[in-house]
Design a protein around this ligand. Structure first.
Ligand SMILES: Nc1ncnc2c1ncn2[C@@H]1O[C@H](COP(=O)(O)OP(=O)(O)OP(=O)(O)O)[C@@H](O)[C@H]1O
Ligand SMILES: [Mg+2]
Length: 438
């Protein structure tokens, strides 16, 4: 359906009346059932051009006057018609027609509007009420489309958040893999060394077992005993167990340390990647800081020293995986803003109403035009392919969804400080929640 035909559907095929028709005849016509729905009737010349509209109210005014019908009923209607009625061309769109008509409407509404074709010839009448109804239907239809678009948008936003998370995870997995490599490398070396060092011990144990067998065997002659003694003595010299004790102890403790480091990274990765998005958990923000730092360690370590000033915090309900995502972005942003080697200070504290976290770096800082846009989606100053520019806009949304605030202060050449405030559940709210659940 084209927009022009939408207007054509509103057209009522009312016949145009000649200008010479009398006022009384038009009044009679308006009283017939077929014209009952109209506020006015059209006057059209012989060529089909609309000349004007005669409204019901004008006629009523005449007939309500004393002897009105007798005095003026025989006069041609052209005397009392409105020669400049609302006229709309049929090829006008519904929206445009509504704009034109509502723009010129007089209140109270006493006239319909005339519909003309491309040549300006009269085609029929339209009523304002029909036009408004059609517009209302169209708006409802649009609303539905918009509502659907909103749902789609929300869905793609969720996907965007998820893919940003996957991208940052991917980046971090590479970092963590690198991080795992160091302890893994020396654990492997140590184990190889332990194997080499322990081989003569097995030889010694075997020689000593053979000697013990010989000693407890009455059939073992002197020559065999001498050989067993010899073999055991040289195996002992070769193994030198008294010298090995220190080396082995050291190797075992180094290996254990390496395994602990690997374990710590694995736990960090697991904590970081927690898939639960529920807001119900009681979370210690300091744990999030530590777990995000383990994950970010590889991107930070060559750029900055991470200084932790973590205060004692009450547990708060939040989605830890989302908070981790925010922290990871703040840490990597900070590291990326540092030229040479600097510092990233992470501070946490709390008051009665909220838990606070600040991340301050000694990096480049930002000039005001950059600062003004950092929370915009896709805003990045990083080279193409390096930053999506979604990190902070997603962080903003996550903190907002938690009922919190994220603020930033920055000075070019001096560094940047992000501050996050997450609300603590209030005793009053808690009491109401408890009452409700009781
Ligand atoms: N600590 C900071 N110091 C200086 N500039 C920063 C800092 N944090 C953010 N910015 C600026 O804000 C921009 C937007 O940051 P955001 O985290 O949203 O995206 P990004 O880091 O560029 O890309 P992505 O997060 O996808 O890697 C950055 O490109 C950078 O210009
Ligand atoms: Mg970023």
């Amino acid at each position: 359906m084209t927009t022009a035909s939408a207007l054509a559907r509103l057209l009522k095929p009312v016949a145009g009346l000649p200008p010479a028709i009398s006022i009384a005849d038009v009044a009679d016509r308006l009283l017939t059932p077929e014209h009952k729905a109209f506020l006015s009737l059209p006057i059209v010349d012989a060529a089909g051009r609309p000349l004007g509209l005669v409204s019901r109210t004008t006629l009523q005014d005449i007939f309500m006057q004393r002897f009105g019908r007798d005095l003026r009923g025989r006069h041609p209607v052209s005397e009392v018609m409105n020669p400049a009625p609302l006229t709309v061309s049929l090829d006008t769109s519904l929206e445009e027609a509504a704009k034109q008509i509502t723009g010129q409407l007089q209140y109270p509404i006493t006239e319909d509007f005339i519909l003309v074709d491309g040549e300006g010839l009269y085609r029929g009448l339209g009523t304002v009420l029909d036009l408004l109804k059609a517009m209302e239907a169209r708006i409802a239809q649009r609303n539905q489309v918009l509502r659907k678009a909103l749902v789609d948008l929300k869905e793609s936003q969720t996907q965007l958040v998820q893919s940003e998370k996957m991208a940052s995870l991917g980046q971090m997995v590479a970092g963590v893999a690198h991080e795992l490599n160091t302890p893994l490398g020396y654990v492997k070396n140590n184990v190889q060394l332990l194997r080499e060092l322990s081989a003569p011990l097995f030889v010694l144990a075997e020689a000593q077992a053979a000697l013990a067998d010989c000693l407890s065997d009455p059939a073992c002659d002197e020559a065999r005993l001498a050989l067993a003694l010899d073999t055991a003595a040289s195996a002992r010299d070769n193994a030198a167990p008294e010298l090995l004790v220190e080396d082995l102890t050291q190797l075992f403790s180094d290996t254990l340390y390496g395994l602990e480091q690997i374990g710590e990274l694995v736990v960090g990765l697991k904590d970081f990647a927690r898939l639960d998005r529920a807001m119900s958990e009681e979370v210690d923000l300091n744990e999030c800081v530590r777990s995000a730092l383990v994950i970010a360690r590889n991107s930070i370590k060559d750029k900055a020293e991470a200084v932790l000033q973590l205060g004692e915090l009450p547990r708060i309900p939040c989605a830890p995986s989302q908070i981790n995502q925010v922290l990871l972005n703040l840490f990597t942003n900070a590291a990326q803003a540092i030229d040479g080697f600097g510092q990233i200070v992470v501070k946490t504290w709390a008051d009665e109403a909220a838990v606070f976290l600040s991340v301050q770096d000694s990096g480049r800082g930002m000039p005001p035009p950059v600062l003004a846009r950092i929370f915009d989606p896709f805003f990045t100053t990083k080279p193409v392919g390096q930053g999506t520019g979604l990190g902070l806009s997603i962080s903003f949304k996550i903190i907002q969804d938690h009922g919190g605030l994220i603020r930033v202060a920055s000075e070019p050449g001096r560094g940047t400080r992000f501050l996050i405030r997450l609300p603590r559940p209030q005793p009053a709210a808690l009491a109401t929640a408890l009452q409700r659940s009781a």
